[in-house]
Design a protein around this ligand. Structure first.
Ligand SMILES: *Cc1c(COP(=O)(O)O)cnc(C)c1O
Length: 430
């Protein structure tokens, strides 16, 4: 398995051959590509930012609108897909996606909201143990959420947030340094909160090793899977973190701003003593509509639900989750290792010094994304990429993130993308 088993070649014919032998190639037709003025098919390398629209999304959203029009309030119980238990239709698929038991997952809210809700339950600072360990380079929303939680409990972000940084001169963190920090400061740390793929560098972490080390020190452990869900093969239950959160508009193709997901490990499923923010939809289903004054949480992740679900958003997400079930995560990940390996192979053939890959080389330490730093007029290059039909993500001043998502990016797309880079390298050579 893995990209090592394939001998890559730098020819267009090779890229075409890889596509014709790709067992997932038909899935590309299940997605709608944005128009591009060049008239050429777009090279869509920003699935790490917003996944493409599955063709079925519109059908499912229209279905829900029709039910609403025809049935009014009755749509909660009748119709194509009754709204009352609608979120449950995504539970099994979501559990398969992240390697969890169904009781451990729920689709609700958005990522930052869910992160706050999880911290309410799993960040319980005391005088002796008040700190949160996170990456210095964590996504800004996570940094704001963490700092505000620390302040909310009366602690000081300056003192109580420990930040992991790469060693001087290095771009990514070393697992040994993360584990060493946990061992050294573990007794002061209430919560270890890491991404499982860093949004900027594309580095993936060993969740099992980090969780084990943190639990050994008595810390709670949470992961932000914004860039991991739908990208990596995950086994949340076995890896054992206390919670995880993610959004569904990046690799999960659920649509802009759509609902995120939450994982709460089964060991907490029936702990009614855990502090949490409560809402009626998290109440035990058997008695929810008795409308009693006392909250009785549903077992598992559903016990954190607050509100009834936005059905139109869930409908679009359902279209994508069905495709994940069809493709399966192992097959998607196999293709994604090949695509990323191929991209890396082609980049290595560009003139020396033109591009630096910030993402680790080891496929176990990355997902599909490569983060690239360019030395020659990165902004001019970005313009050229855009006019050639490449959708990619630019981080000022010189980083481009390229994510060939295996659902809808072909080997030929990767080949064409590097072709644009190569022309720019040649044009700006002297
Ligand atoms: C994309 C992303 C977010 C976005 O948060 P929303 O609440 O969905 O807007 C947060 N954290 C990380 C790590 C992300 O990559």
């Amino acid at each position: 398995m893995g990209s090592q088993a394939v001998r890559f070649e730098a020819s267009e014919e090779f890229a075409r051959r890889m596509d014709s032998e790709d067992p997932l190639r038909h899935l590309r037709e299940e997605f709608i590509f944005p128009d591009h003025k060049s008239g050429e098919p777009a090279m869509y390398l920003v699935g790490n930012s917003l996944g493409l629209q599955p063709r079925k999304a519109k059908t499912y959203v229209l279905e829900a609108l029709e039910d609403w029009a025809k049935l009014g309030v009755e749509g909660h119980f009748t119709g194509t897909r009754p709204w009352m238990p609608y979120h449950e239709t995504l539970t099994e698929q979501t559990a398969r996606l992240v390697g969890a038991h169904p009781i451990e997952v729920v689709v609700m809210n958005t990522l930052t909201v869910n992160l706050h809700l999880m911290m309410v339950s799993f960040y319980r600072p005391t005088r002796e143990r008040s700190k949160i360990l996170m990456e210095a380079g964590a996504f800004p929303s996570d940094q704001y959420a963490v700092a505000s939680q620390v302040r909310f409990h009366g602690y000081d972000p300056e003192r109580d947030i420990l930040r992991l940084s790469p060693r001087p001169g290095e771009e990514t963190l070393r697992l040994e340094d993360i584990l060493e920090t946990i061992e050294r400061h573990g007794k002061e740390i209430a919560l270890v909160l890491l991404g499982n793929v860093n949004y900027l560098t594309g580095q993936a972490f060993d969740m099992a090793a980090i969780t084990r080390a943190a639990h050994k020190q008595g810390c709670q452990v949470g992961f932000d899977l914004a860039h991991g869900a739908g990208n990596l093969r995950l086994s949340l239950h076995d890896d054992g973190p206390d919670f995880a959160v993610w959004c569904s508009y990046k690799y999960l193709n659920g649509g802009p701003g759509t609902l995120g997901g939450v994982f709460v490990h089964e060991r907490h499923a029936r702990d009614k003593g855990l502090p949490r923010f409560e809402g009626w939809w998290g109440h035990n289903k058997q008695t929810r509509f008795q409308m009693g004054p006392d909250f009785d949480p549903s077992p598992g992740a559903e016990g954190w639900l607050l509100s009834n679900s936005p059905i139109l958003q869930l409908s679009a997400l359902r279209a994508s989750m069905e495709l994940f079930d069809r493709a399966t995560m192992p097959a998607l990940r196999h293709k994604s290792e090949l695509l990323t390996g191929y991209l890396e192979f082609l980049l290595e053939r560009l003139p020396p010094g033109f591009v630096t890959v910030l993402t680790p080389r080891d496929p176990k330490q990355r997902g599909v994304q490569l983060s690239l730093r360019f030395s020659k007029e990165p902004r001019r290059m970005l313009e050229k990429l855009n006019s050639a039909g490449v959708f990619c993500d630019f981080r000022s001043p010189d980083i481009i993130r390229a994510a060939p998502a295996p659902f809808y990016v072909s080997f030929h797309d990767v080949y064409r993308f590097v072709g644009v880079l190569e022309r720019h390298a040649r044009d700006s050579a002297d």
